[in-house]
Every structure is written in C-alpha cells, then in structure tokens.
Design a binder for this molecule. Structure first.
Ligand SMILES: *Cc1c(COP(=O)(O)O)cnc(C)c1O
Length: 414
C-alpha cells in the first residue's frame, strides 16, 4: 500500500481504543482484536501497520476492493456539492443512478411478461431492502404469508429476521412477525405444497451465504417460480451477497435466465454502494407502484450514496469485473478442489464465492489465517467462506490460497 498516504498519527494506544469500544458497544457483534485503519485494493492495514489480504471483500461489500480511486473521487466531489437530501425532491445523481441500475438489472435478468425490473425502492442497507420486499409483496398481492428457506439469511431487522432461519439470531427477539414459514432449500418436491393462495412472496438466495455457501439448483429455482406463478405469489431473490459480479454474472440468478428464470423482485445491498450504506429493491414494472406515503426513508437515495454507487457501476464496466470474476472464480475453485489438506471435507461455490466445509470448527482456522495475514469469513460453525474482491490479481489470490492450504494442513509446495 506504499502508494497511499499514511493513516494520520493516532494519539491513543491500541489498548485504550479497544477498551473504549468494548465499554460502549452494544455487544451484538463479535470483534476481532484488530484496529483496522486503512484499505487499498485487496489489502487492509491495522493501526500497527500490519497488512492483511482481504479475502472476504470486507464481509461482502467490497467487490471492487477498498478505497477505489474512482469511488473516492466521486465521494469527494459529491460531498462538496450535496450530501443528503430526501426523496421529496428530484436529484441529478439519483435520476442517473436509477437509470444505470435499471440497465444493469436488464442485463442481469431481462424482461418477463411482467416487464423489466424497472421500479426501484432505494434504502441504506440489505435488511431494509428485504423489509421493502416483504412490504411491497404484501401490498401488491394483498396476501399475508411469506415463504423463506431453511438456513436462509436475509438480515436482522424484525421483518427480515422473521425470514432468517438461524434460531440463534431469532430466539432472543421473539415474537417475530407472523406469517413466515421455512421450507428446505434445494428440495423441489417440497415447494408446491408450501406455496398457496395466502402466499404473498417466496424469498430465496441464489447461493446461501451465511447458511454455509450452498448454491441453488436450477430445478429448485424453477420449481419456486412455477409454484409462485401457479398460485399468484411473487418470487423475490435476495442478491445482497450474490449480486454485482460475485458469482461471475451480474447477479447469482442470472445464471438461470436462459432456463427461463425471471424473478419478480430483486433485493440488493452490500457491494452496490462501493462501501457507502445502500440497499435497493427492484421489481417488475407490470406490478405497478406503491401508493404515495406508504414507504420511504430519510437517507434512502441520498446523492452521496448514489454518486458512490454510480462510480462503482463505472468501475465494473471499465474494469470488466463481471467477466474478470469468471476466470478468477474458475482459478479459485479449481485451486481449492486441488488442495490435499487434511482439514478439508468439501468445497462448494460458484464464481468468487467459495465455502470450504471443514472437518473441525472454523474459528481456530480463522484465527490462524489472521495471524498469517489473511482475512476470511465463517459461514456457520464449520465452513470457511472466501469472497475475494473482484479486483484481486491472480498473484494475490494465489499467495492467499497457498496460506489457506497450509493452514488447512496441506503442503502447497509439494
Ligand atoms: C448481508 C446480507 C443481508 C443483510 O444485509 P445488511 O446490509 O447487513 O442489512 C441480507 N441478505 C443476505 C443474503 C446477506 O448476505
């Protein structure tokens, strides 16, 4: 990261900074004992100057890496102009953002008999995009029930949490929103009886991320779509983690459009904003619009986030990141599958999302990877999840994977 300015001298010690956070934080999130201070591309650096190769895309939001100069410049320019402004008036950044996102959705999902994914609700996080999906589906269908999948993760606000599966996340906060049920993932036979005349929507991740990195089968997605069509329910794909090139298509669901997959709604978040908080829900124009006054938020569609997101779209196009993810993804999965590592049980994934099922708990592996300068993620108790930034070089990825193989007990120098 020698091309970057050095982080401004910090006057407090690492210990006192950590103590301050621990004293006041809600406690709802587990922290690693690292003070992250700087990022550039695929590298993040802590206060002591230790560098980490970020194979997690900072938990999935940094598909274009950290502090991409194009995005940084757009943020700087927009911050001098207008930062926040609600949707109660028009804005040039937001206008262009809508049009550019609609074009990406057109490339990623095409049209169905309900039209293009041309109507967009903009918000500030993934969980809010899911809230919007639940509300919009109930609004358009006038039906109460939502079907989600076992192992699903859709967020942590009350509506999204009701669609999330993990009892650890749910139980302390019950009672949740009524009307939710969960069906087994990737079991087409279980679909038709779960969707009925009361179903407003079915929610599905094209690859379950948090749930252990499980890619959906084409049969399952098409069975969900058929059941929705037969019963008048809406099909919502949660592309918050799988969107924006992660699976080597614009969206995870884009892999199936030739087979006729055409979801009614698409929820987006994480990498859409280039690092700024942003979420979005798009739906088919044929479904219509929400009534004025029924939904919105103060910061949704603020010009700063729209400018950062537009710059992110530009990076995707200029650096051909979706196409890039295809070659890198093949390299990643082939390398992982070639590991002769005693701790490795199974490799799952598509594009640049990979899950390594271990023969033991993942926590000590993550700890050792961190000590060796690799930032990775869990996906449940025994799965190591890798989400490399799409801008990573083959050399960086190779260097990272050698360390992963060694930590899993293999010998990459063989
Ligand atoms: C991260 C994630 C969410 C929640 O997004 P937040 O921005 O953290 O609220 C929802 N669904 C999926 C699939 C995710 O990966």
């Amino acid at each position: 990261m020698s091309d970057r300015t050095v982080y401004p001298a910090e006057t407090l010690s690492a210990t006192s900074l950590m103590e301050m956070e621990d004293r006041h934080s809600s406690g709802g999130t587990t922290r690693r004992p690292v003070i992250m201070a700087q990022g550039s591309g695929c590298t993040v650096r802590d206060l002591e100057g230790r560098e980490y190769l970020d194979l997690s895309s900072a938990q999935g939001w940094a598909n274009i890496g950290h502090c991409h100069p194009t995005v940084t410049r757009a943020i700087e320019e927009q911050a001098r102009c207008l930062v926040a402004q609600t949707e109660s008036s028009y804005n040039p950044q937001r206008a262009r953002w809508y049009a550019e996102l609609a074009a990406i959705l057109q490339e990623g999902f095409g049209e169905s008999d309900r039209g293009a994914l041309s109507k967009i609700h903009v918000c500030s996080s993934g969980t809010e995009a899911i809230e919007a999906a639940i509300k919009a589906a109930r609004f358009f269908t006038r039906r109460p029930e939502i079907v989600a999948c076992k192992r699903a993760f859709h967020g942590r606000t009350m509506g999204a949490l009701s669609a999330t599966w993990n009892p650890q996340y749910r139980q302390p906060f019950e009672p949740l929103v009524p009307g939710f049920r969960h069906i087994p993932y990737n079991e087409p036979a279980a679909v038709s009886e779960a969707v009925n005349e009361n179903t407003a929507a079915v929610l599905v991740e094209p690859v379950q991320g948090e749930g252990g990195v499980h890619p959906a089968s084409e049969e399952f997605l098409l069975a969900l779509q058929k059941a929705c069509r037969d019963k008048g329910a809406l099909l919502v794909v949660d592309e918050i983690q799988t969107g924006f090139g992660r699976t080597a298509r614009w969206f995870g669901g884009s892999h199936f459009i030739e087979a006729g997959f055409a979801p009614d709604m698409v929820a987006m978040g994480k990498s859409i904003g280039g690092g700024l908080p942003m979420g979005a829900l798009a739906w088919r124009g044929g479904l219509g619009s929400l009534d004025a006054g029924t939904h919105g938020s103060t910061f949704g569609g603020n010009p700063l986030a729209c400018a950062a997101s537009r710059a992110t779209f530009r990076v995707f196009r200029e650096e051909k990141l979706v196409e890039r993810a295809e070659g890198l993804g093949r390299f990643l999965l082939e390398r992982l599958r070639s590991f002769r590592a005693p701790l490795l049980r199974e490799v799952r994934g598509i594009g640049l999302i990979a899950g390594i099922e271990l023969r033991q708990k993942v926590t000590p592996v993550l700890k050792e990877l961190m000590q060796r300068g690799i930032w990775a993620l869990p996906a449940g108790p025994t799965v190591l999840r890798l989400l490399p930034p799409l801008v990573i070089s083959e050399e960086e990825l190779d260097r990272g994977l050698r360390i992963v193989e060694e930590v899993l007990g293999g010998n990459p120098g063989r």
